[in-house]
Ligand binder design. Structure first.
Ligand SMILES: C[S@@+](CC[C@H](N)C(=O)[O-])C[C@H]1O[C@@H](n2cnc3c(N)ncnc32)[C@H](O)[C@@H]1O
Length: 286
């Protein structure tokens, strides 16, 4: 049986995660079936405030932990619907830049910002975050929640974000971790490898090796995962009911239902998720 160790460096991959069944394949950038990937995730994440297993309350708790002065510059890779940047602008008066590949998510980010805090300096760029980096050592907070494949995994993401943060600045990362040894049947169903992720402690250890100091961690609770996963199923079922003639409905439902099944059967007890807050030490060079 494959093992997850504190030293495991998650494997490289590309593409958005989703329900348990498609997580592995999409991390490796493989199209599953004929349906457009962005359409699939646009439909299944239609009801999500944030597209990761974090509750609105814990998002606010997280923001309360960030010591950022008004006007601080926050850069976020894979910002999705922009909720973190919008809340940071509302509560702390930051300036923000978000980059995301999805043509389904960025319009939501822009309309949330325009409706809630139109005067804020928030910029949303549609594109590959790796191709739109900030200046080295320039930002007060560098963020990537749930898209570490952009830099080939957790370690590469930490190294990239550390390079973007100014000395003494903050790095915020969201990354899955193994709660227990994954069942081989789960790995096969989800097309994952044990080496794709480390443990909670292992993710922190990797950050220390990359020169980052841990300030805080917010591991998600079961109910946060339940909401994240089951909102996807509900949205897929609702879309199918409303659009019975859509050519992708069969694949949409099959993927969403199989994903939920894998989550309830294995994923809920096996795969964790945490947001980690780090500081780049003040005396380091880029
Ligand atoms: C799991 S969602 C997380 C979204 C957001 N960080 C959040 O937590 O709500 C992953 C996001 O990564 C985006 N994405 C995937 N590959 C990307 C890339 N190369 N550059 C920028 N965004 C990317 C997807 O469009 C999607 O919005």
């Amino acid at each position: 049986m494959a093992t997850a160790t504190a030293d495991a460096t998650p494997a490289a991959g590309r593409g958005p995660p989703g329900p348990g069944l498609t997580l592995g394949a999409t991390r490796r950038g493989r199209t599953i079936g004929a349906m457009d990937t962005w359409k699939y995730f646009g439909i299944t994440h239609a009801d999500h405030l944030v597209c990761n297993p974090t509750s609105p309350e814990r998002l606010d708790e997280l923001i309360g932990l960030l010591d950022l002065p008004p006007g601080a510059h926050v850069w976020e890779a894979a910002c999705g619907k922009g909720e973190l940047l919008v809340r940071l602008a509302e509560r702390l008066g930051i300036r923000g830049t978000g980059v995301d590949l999805s043509p389904y998510e960025l319009p939501v980010a822009r309309s949330r910002a325009a409706a809630r805090i139109p005067a804020a300096e928030l910029t949303f760029i549609e594109g590959d975050a790796a191709a739109h980096p900030p200046e080295p050592a320039s930002v007060d907070l560098a963020v990537c929640l749930g898209a570490s494949w952009i830099w080939g995994g957790h370690r590469g993401t930490l190294a990239a974000l550390r390079g973007f943060a100014r000395p003494g600045g903050l790095v915020l990362v969201g990354e899955p971790y193994w709660k227990r040894q994954p069942d081989p049947a789960y790995l096969a169903a989800a097309e994952l490898a044990a080496a794709d992720f480390s443990t909670l402690h292992g993710n922190v250890k990797i950050a220390a090796e990359e020169g980052l100091t841990l300030l805080y961690a917010l591991p998600s609770r079961d109910e946060d995962w339940d909401r994240y996963e089951l909102l996807q199923l509900r949205a897929a079922e609702r879309f199918a009911l409303a659009h019975p003639d859509d050519p992708d409905v069969g694949e949409l439902l099959a993927r969403a239902r199989r994903g939920t099944d894998a989550y309830l059967r294995w994923g809920r007890d096996t795969l964790g998720w945490s947001i980690y807050l780090f500081r780049r030490p003040p005396d380091t060079t880029p």
